[in-house]
Design a binder for this molecule. Structure first.
Ligand code: NDP
Length: 296
């Protein structure tokens, strides 16, 4: 058997198109333009590339992008003052502080200073609590993208055994909460899990968010399972630098029912979901109906 490849690039393009249609409607019917403010502190080259891509895609979806680039030695006071201004600015519906922050800045303090209604990354403690208690939250972008792909591929997820490998606050834990919200039976595995291969083999849905190149081979995958590979790992192979996931794709594709590739799987969905969250935040701020299919 060879698995269906879940094309995250094409799926993300459809999400961005939906976002664009909704943004255009907000403009024509309500005179609103959703606005996303991205704050970058320091000169980390990878972060600078992400921020640039976010700005380009935000504008391409017909929304306003506001970039705030601050020097690496910015004080906490200056950063918090900027966040307070963005919180109060009615043209800004979403605020994202690019992580990681330089070590002298307290990331928890900074994230929790964002108005939860504008916290399009879904990292504010209020949104974590809302998600955990099954209430309407801003949902972290990467797990939201995984959920959208799972719903699209499988339809009703209820009753399925889902295993999430990884328990980080940005991927593993919110992913598990979302799957619980879909009435899956959820197991969260991590570095201390006993007999991980056997735990993985029970999964109808296997989500890998570990950060270890090709750690999960095909013989850990239940035949016919849906595999979502969140991992992005750069390795050297045959003298070339390339990206691989946390799943050993070549062997898993022989066993799974469906699988996301790396690159071109979960990765492109993250920014698409950031745009979706910005439109959602704009709708909520104005008491308007939320776009269908773009929220959890
Ligand atoms: P973290 O490093 O924060 O978390 C990794 C998790 O994996 C931890 O819970 C850790 O367990 C667990 N883990 C580590 N080693 C093992 C092991 N041998 N067996 C079982 N579990 C293990 O990573 P993130 O969640 O931030 O990211 C995970 C991956 O996803 C990375 O490759 C990252 O690049 C990628 N990513 C991709 C995104 C996208 O847009 N597609 C967005 C965000 C992340 P423990 O808690 O016990 O230490």
């Amino acid at each position: 058997m060879t698995a269906t490849i879940i094309d995250g690039k094409a799926f993300a393009a459809r999400v961005r198109e939906k976002v664009g249609v909704h943004a255009a409607r907000l403009h024509s019917e309500h005179g609103l333009i959703p606005g996303l403010a991205v704050v970058l502190v320091g000169e980390d080259p990878a972060s600078a590339v992400y921020v640039k891509n976010k700005g380009i895609q935000t504008q391409a979806a017909g929304m306003n992008s506001y970039e705030h680039k601050l020097p690496a030695d910015t004080t906490e006071q200056t950063l918090l003052a900027l966040i307070a201004r963005l919180n109060a600015d009615p043209a800004v519906h979403g605020i994202l502080v690019q992580l990681p922050l330089p070590a002298h800045l307290n990331a928890d303090l900074v994230i929790n200073a964002i108005d939860p209604a504008k916290d399009v990354d879904g990292f504010h403690i209020s949104n974590v609590g809302l998600l955990g208690t099954g209430q309407k939250a801003m949902v972290p972008c990467t797990p939201l993208g995984c959920l959208m792909m799972l719903r699209d591929h499988l339809g009703d997820l209820s009753g399925m055994n889902a295993v999430v490998v990884g328990r980080s606050n940005i991927v593993g834990k919110p992913m598990a909460q979302l799957l619980l919200g879909e009435s899956c039976t959820v197991t969260i595995a991590h570095s201390r899990t006993r007999d991980l291969p056997e735990v993985c083999r029970r999964a109808d849905i296997l989500v890998a968010a570990v950060g270890r190149p090709e750690m999960i081979p095909g013989d850990w995958v239940k035949p016919g399972a849906t595999v979502i590979d969140v991992g992005i790992n750069r390795i050297e192979r045959d003298g070339k630098s390339r990206l691989v996931g946390d799943v050993h794709f070549a062997s898993a594709v022989q066993v799974a029912g469906a699988i996301t590739p790396v690159p071109g799987g979960v990765g492109p969905m993250t920014i698409a979901c950031l745009l979706a969250n910005t439109v959602t935040a704009c709708c909520r701020a104005h008491g308007l109906p939320e776009p269908e299919g773009l929220t959890a």
